[in-house]
Design a protein around this ligand. Structure first.
Ligand code: GDG
Length: 466
């Protein structure tokens, strides 16, 4: 088949030693690229005094990566600015945290243009290009303006918000017009796809030509929902690894006579950590008889530390976790462990495996891979219970979890009580159904479905017709 060129903001090829970087996108793309020849293009993570476009090429774990350095101002305006202070909060329904600054928009376009100019000379006529996530929405438009006529697909890893939320973005039409330079746009769920369609119909004078095919701005665009999954086979290998076993032993020894409740998230306000901590606190208040029987472990490696909203939430979580332990601890016992450390994936697999409850309660989440990893790591004879936010994209595929409204501390506390008391047959029944889904709808199925749809997309560009 043709070469696949994957483009994302950061490039993080698989190392194969369990130390892959934190973040769902990196995990998924590393897995997806293993099977394809092709390249992974993006920012190197380094900054230089002025942009040169010089390429850094490397081949690791069968994946060729090509990266480019950016300027400091790009980092401020494009990455920390438009991507993480404007689009990320807005797309996660946090209009209160969204910063609208013309300079951010200018930086966003500039970096997308720079990516396009650097990438274009590497593209061969048969290549298929797959662009990822909110950092790079205008990339296809920039590539088209340079004469690139290849098939280009886009996948959004985060929610596409309801159009009443989306229209809070200044120049929102421009962003949607940029989406129409792709041949295929993929979303995590049918709900986000619907929200995009709603916008196109109500704000862009667009129309639905047929299911999955839209017209607006004088162009046609194929659209679809492609729920992302985990690399289930690789995760099964990790669950059986010596490091996972060691971690299981360590955790078992440190939780004797107690049931473990676990949360694993990048430290991000979209993940509902404050509300989760409050839900756990409420559970402790309401269930004095169970207090000594549970231990909650929250792993939350810090991310995007240079953005103020992330510094602020970190401060609030520090004091909340301190308050909970101060309130309920005893000389020989504390209910809560809150850890900002980054663990290896095989160690995480071991931790999930000994937990009686996985507490995954984002306020909004494109999909949420932790929910799937938790399920994949369970012991089939004695599985733990998944408590999952109804606002995670994953909820659509995982109805056998205990679904909760993450904003309600009462619902979270009640779900904890129910999960801890759940009989083994019920746990097995629910887990089996979840596990079947996680295995069947894994990252390979996601990749193949997207690539097949992109290959089959009826291109509007004459060079590809026939
Ligand atoms: C975006 C979307 C969507 C977490 N802590 C550690 C660690 N992690 C890993 C998890 C998981 C990944 O990071 C997080 O993935 P999520 O899907 O939960 O969330 P985002 O990072 O926000 O990802 C999300 C995803 O893209 C894919 O499309 O599902 O909705 O927001 O794999 O295990 N990994 C390691 N150490 C940690 O301490 N190694």
């Amino acid at each position: 088949m043709s070469r696949l060129i994957v483009v994302s903001n950061r490039v993080s090829p698989p190392t194969g030693d369990g130390e892959e970087s934190v973040g769902g996108l990196a995990m998924a793309l590393a897995a997806a690229l293993k099977a394809y020849s092709g390249i992974w293009f993006g920012w190197s993570g380094a900054t230089v005094p002025s942009f040169t476009g010089e390429l850094h090429t490397d081949t690791v774990g069968g994946v060729t990566s090509v990266t480019v350095d950016l300027e400091e101002i790009d980092l401020d305006e494009y990455y920390n600015g438009y991507a993480n202070k404007t689009l990320w909060p807005l797309f996660h329904y946090r209009i209160d945290l969204a910063a609208f600054d013309r300079a951010y928009g200018t930086g966003y376009r500039r970096v997308n243009r720079r990516f396009a100019e650097t990438l274009a000379p590497l593209i061969q006529p048969d290549d298929v290009i797959w662009v990822h996530d909110y950092h790079l929405i205008p990339l296809a438009q920039e590539l088209r303006s340079l004469g690139v006529r290849n098939r280009i697909g886009f996948f959004l890893h985060i929610p596409w918000p309801a159009h009443q939320v989306f229209t809070n973005l200044p120049r929102h039409r421009q962003l949607v017009e940029a989406m129409f330079a792709y041949d295929l746009a993929g979303f995590q769920t049918a709900e986000y796809l619907q929200a995009f369609e709603d916008y196109v119909l109500s704000e862009a004078d667009g129309s639905v030509l047929s299911p999955g095919r839209l017209r607006a701005f004088g162009r046609d665009l194929e659209v679809g929902a492609f729920p992302i999954g985990i690399d289930a086979a690789d995760f099964a290998r990790m669950v059986a690894s010596p490091r996972a076993r060691k971690m299981r032993d360590l955790m078992t020894a440190s939780t004797v006579f107690r049931q473990l409740v676990v949360g694993v998230d990048r430290l991000d306000y979209s993940k509902g950590l404050e509300e989760r901590f409050l839900g756990f606190e409420r559970f402790l208040i309401e269930n004095p008889d169970l207090r000594r029987e549970v231990l909650m472990l929250q792993i939350a490696p810090v991310s995007r530390e240079s953005v103020e909203a992330y510094q602020e939430i970190r401060g609030r979580l520090d004091s909340l976790s301190g308050r909970i332990n101060g309130e309920f601890s005893d000389v020989d016992w504390a209910p809560f462990r809150y850890v900002n450390k980054n663990y290896r994936r095989d160690e995480l697999a071991g931790i999930y495996g000994v937990a009686r409850v996985g507490l995954v309660t984002p306020l909004r989440d494109g999909m949420n891979l932790v929910a799937k990893e938790f399920v994949a790591a369970q012991n089939p004879d004695d599985p733990g219970v998944l408590i999952l936010s109804r606002f995670a994209g994953a909820a659509g595929q995982m109805s056998e979890a205990l679904l909760v409204n993450p904003n309600s501390t009462e619902e979270v506390a009640d779900a904890l009580k129910r999960a801890l008391a759940m009989s083994r047959p019920e746990r097995i029944r629910r887990w089996q159904a979840l596990f079947d889904t996680v295995q069947r709808e894994d990252v390979t199925a996601w990749r193949d479905a997207f690539v097949a749809a992109l290959a089959g997309a009826r291109s509007q560009r004459p060079a590809l017709v026939g």
